[in-house]
Every structure is written in structure tokens, then in C-alpha cells.
Design a protein around this ligand. Structure first.
Ligand code: DC
Length: 228
């Protein structure tokens, strides 16, 4: 069967990764969460003191970029690939609100983007890939056969992220999560390099009122249409 490239972009906490995982599992495709890669670089920057509440030492982060090795290792018991930073599994560490608070600043740095985009393009060479992020349909795979752009209201997205953090035992307030969602929306859509925009030929899905199953069926139809 013909293999295609599926690019899923959109605002934070729109459920991109849930959808991307469902589609990839169904088709036997590789799923790549590019947000995890930006988060891992952020975690690296925090560990080395390049970013704190007071400072952002961009120059030294850029100099340290060659020493950052990012890999995904599939975990069969979870059914998806986990993020490894220099050989260490950082899947839990990269999902904290602290990392979320810094990640948009790190993702603004062109040298960081260039490094990650190059790796993402290599991963997609053989097609049969579902990749989610902010610039997949516009920058990473402008020729993707299927591009989805996902949206939902900030309140809906904050509630989802809040529920997720709570279920992981992270003690945060809904207000803080909403503030983080709104700040990231602003930075992600206003940055100079590869801002979040809907690709011209992307299909927009507002899932504020869709169940996971409805959304999956909708996208699966689009996929089958492209494959056939
Ligand atoms: O998808 P996420 O919320 O885990 O992504 C974390 C951050 O990384 C997000 O605020 C913006 C950035 N990002 C990006 O700039 N480009 C991507 N392709 C993926 C994520």
C-alpha cells in the first residue's frame, strides 16, 4: 500500500499527539512528537543553567547544541516512543509545567530549530510517518500528502492539560495552566522563525466539541482518501 506523510500542526493541548498516535498505530506508521524534542532541549538548557527565571544564556546554549543527542525509543508496553536525551529517558521530566514555561523561548532560537528540523526530515525520508508540531506542514514537510491543523478554545485546552497534569500528580492551578496556554499561543504564533500558521492546503479541525473517536474517524477518512 502507498505510504504517505501526515503532518499535524496546531496550538498546544489540542490533542495532536493523541490523534497522531491513534492514526500511526492504525496504519503501522512511525509517530514523531516534535514538541518532545523542543522540550528535551529545554530540559537540557535548564540542567545546565542556560535558562532560569532570571536569565537566558542563548549564546552558550547555541555553542552546546552539538553535544545534544536526541533519540526516540519505542516502548512496547506504552505503545509509543519515548524521548531520550543523551542516552537518558526524559519522558517524565520534559512534561512538567516548568519545562512548559520555558519551551517557547527555546523554540524561538533559529539554531535550535535548524538542528531539530534536519533530524525530523531525516526521520521522515521513508514516508509512512505521522509527525505533530507547529511547523510540520509549513517547514518540515511542505510536500506532505495530508496536513491537518487542529484548534480548540484556550479554555478547553487548558482544562485538558490541567486534567492531564493532575492525573500525573502534579499540583498546579487551572489558572496557571490557562496562563501558560495563552502565553505559548502568543509566542508560538508571533515568533520570527517558523511561526505557527495554518499551511495553505491544511485541513482545519476544531475539536472543542468532538470526541476522540469522532475526530479519529474524520481524519481516517481523509487518510484513506489520500492513500487511494
Ligand atoms: O507540542 P508541545 O506542547 O509539547 O510543544 C512544546 C513547545 O515546543 C511549543 O510551545 C512550541 C514548541 N514547538 C515548536 O516550536 N515547533 C514544533 N514543531 C513543536 C513544538
Amino acid at each position: 500500500m502507498k505510504k504517505i506523510t501526515i503532518a499535524i500542526d496546531g496550538f498546544s493541548s489540542t490533542g495532536k499527539s493523541t490523534l497522531a498516535k491513534q492514526i500511526a498505530n492504525h496504519l503501522g506508521y512511525v509517530y514523531v512528537d516534535t514538541g518532545a524534542m523542543y522540550r528535551a532541549v529545554t530540559y537540557f538548557a535548564m540542567q545546565h543553567g542556560y535558562i532560569t527565571a532570571e536569565l537566558f544564556d542563548k549564546e552558550n546554549l547555541i555553542l552546546a547544541l552539538p553535544s545534544i543527542k536526541l533519540e526516540f525509543h519505542f516502548n512496547p508496553s506504552l505503545g509509543f516512543a519515548e524521548m531520550y536525551l543523551n542516552g537518558v529517558n526524559v519522558e517524565t521530566e520534559i512534561r512538567t509545567i516548568e519545562v512548559s514555561n520555558f519551551v517557547s523561548k527555546i523554540a524561538e532560537v533559529s539554531q535550535v530549530r535548524a538542528k531539530l528540523v534536519e533530524q525530523q526530515q531525516q526521520m521522515g525520508q521513508g514516508k509512512g510517518i505521522v509527525m505533530d508540531g507547529r511547523d510540520i506542514g509549513t517547514v518540515v514537510f511542505p510536500d506532505a500528502e495530508l496536513k491537518i491543523f487542529m484548534t480548540a478554545s484556550p479554555e478547553t485546552r487548558a482544562q485538558r492539560r490541567f486534567d492531564e497534569l493532575q492525573s500525573k500528580g502534579q499540583n498546579v492551578s487551572y489558572e496557571d495552566v490557562l496562563k501558560n496556554v495563552q502565553e505559548r499561543d502568543y509566542i508560538d504564533t508571533n515568533r520570527a522563525d517558523s511561526p505557527l500558521v495554518k499551511a495553505e492546503n491544511a485541513i482545519e479541525i476544531d475539536n472543542s466539541h468532538l470526541t476522540r473517536e469522532e475526530q479519529f474517524e474524520l481524519v481516517l477518512d481523509l487518510v484513506n482518501h489520500r492513500i487511494n
